[in-house]
Design a protein around this ligand. Structure first.
Ligand code: PBG
Length: 319
């Protein structure tokens, strides 16, 4: 038996025995890119996050980089949607143009792109619709074209978030055939059909026009299935695997960290962000403290890095 309070007596000793350290190196900031110049569109359900045209996005990035930020996850909001998601893989699409100028200005900044079709499809589903169903294998072709076009524009890493089966394999083959052997794949391996994505769908204008995503995203009641998804994605060629959402899924993060040897990424999603923002705006919680505590919890559970909308607010604060 011992007196555990001894190791809590001063800030110095508490820092010495601290098991989990969170730094700016662990954080990835999501960004939403729109067409045009000088465009800044607030997202009502996500205070502090905006959709930005590339010129303004570059200014935001400069600030983020100065405070220690080094990686971003980029989403595009196209002006045109159709049934083939053609703007998702257009050479002059909103993401492709955006990445080119980001890489021109900040070559060291790590650019990860979200590879999905929902924002580019009229119906808002993540793949090709046929007779009311998302057709898995026809979707693979479009996802591969999208990933290759992102990589050709300069993306360092592509992150498929559609949840089609075999998409990691298809994308890896597509990238390799195009000679893009160094573009890595961060798979949204474990993506649950979650109501925590609500605010994001306002931001990316990607809500399904009918039905839901339950036939491709996972049932949040399932844990073993997460391991199967992630193991297979590693076999298919994923360099890193993601768990999404994060805070309500720490058991899944912990499980993957124990069972796999690839880096595990936590995506703390829009709803997690908005809940903290809303409570903080009401004066009910201390925003900075709650954000830090949540992010440390994700790392403690086993996340090697975290995608969070709070990244730009917290990178400069502590390390
Ligand atoms: C696209 C995609 C979504 C998110 C990331 N990529 C939404 C969805 O699947 O409906 C959610 C991100 C967030 O909520 O922050 N498929």
């Amino acid at each position: 038996m011992n007196r555990f309070r001894r190791l809590r007596t001063s800030p110095t000793i508490r820092r010495l025995v601290r098991e989990t350290i969170l730094t700016a190196d662990d954080l990835i900031q999501p960004y939403f890119i729109v067409e045009g110049k000088n465009k800044k569109q607030a997202i009502a359900s996500m205070p502090g996050i905006e959709r930005l045209s590339t010129d303004l996005l570059l200014k935001g990035l400069e600030k983020f980089i100065k405070s220690g930020g080094q990686a971003g996850l980029f989403f595009g909001i196209p002006t045109e949607k159709d049934d083939q998601a053609s703007q998702a893989y257009a050479g002059n699409g909103v993401v492709q143009k955006g990445i080119k100028s980001i890489k021109r200005n900040f070559p060291e900044f790590l650019v990860i792109t979200d590879v999905c079709l929902c924002s580019y499809m009229k119906h808002g589903h993540c793949g090709v619709m046929e007779q009311g169903h998302v057709h898995n294998d026809k979707t693979l072709e479009l996802l591969t074209k999208t990933a290759v076009s992102h990589a050709q524009a300069g993306a360092d890493m592509v992150a498929p978030s559609d949840m089609m089966d075999f998409r990691v394999k298809a994308i890896r083959e597509g990238l390799d055939q195009a000679g893009l052997i160094n573009t890595s794949i961060l798979s949204y391996a474990v993506k649950y059909a979650s109501s925590f994505y609500g605010p994001f769908r306002d931001a990316a204008d990607s809500a399904p026009q009918f039905g839901d995503r339950k036939s491709y995203q996972m049932d949040y009641a399932n844990q073993r299935e997460a391991l199967k998804e992630a193991q297979q994605d590693v076999v298919e060629g994923a360099d890193m695997v993601m768990v999404k959402p994060a805070l309500a899924y720490l058991d899944i993060i912990s499980l993957l960290r124990q069972k796999l040897s690839v880096p595990v990424v936590a995506y703390s999603v829009s709803g997690e962000y908005s809940m903290i923002k809303a409570a903080a705006q009401k004066g009910w919680i201390n925003e900075q403290e709650v954000v830090w505590e949540s992010l440390v919890a994700m790392k403690r559970a086993g996340a090697d890095m975290i995608i969070t909308y709070h990244a730009k607010d917290v990178v400069g604060i502590r390390s």
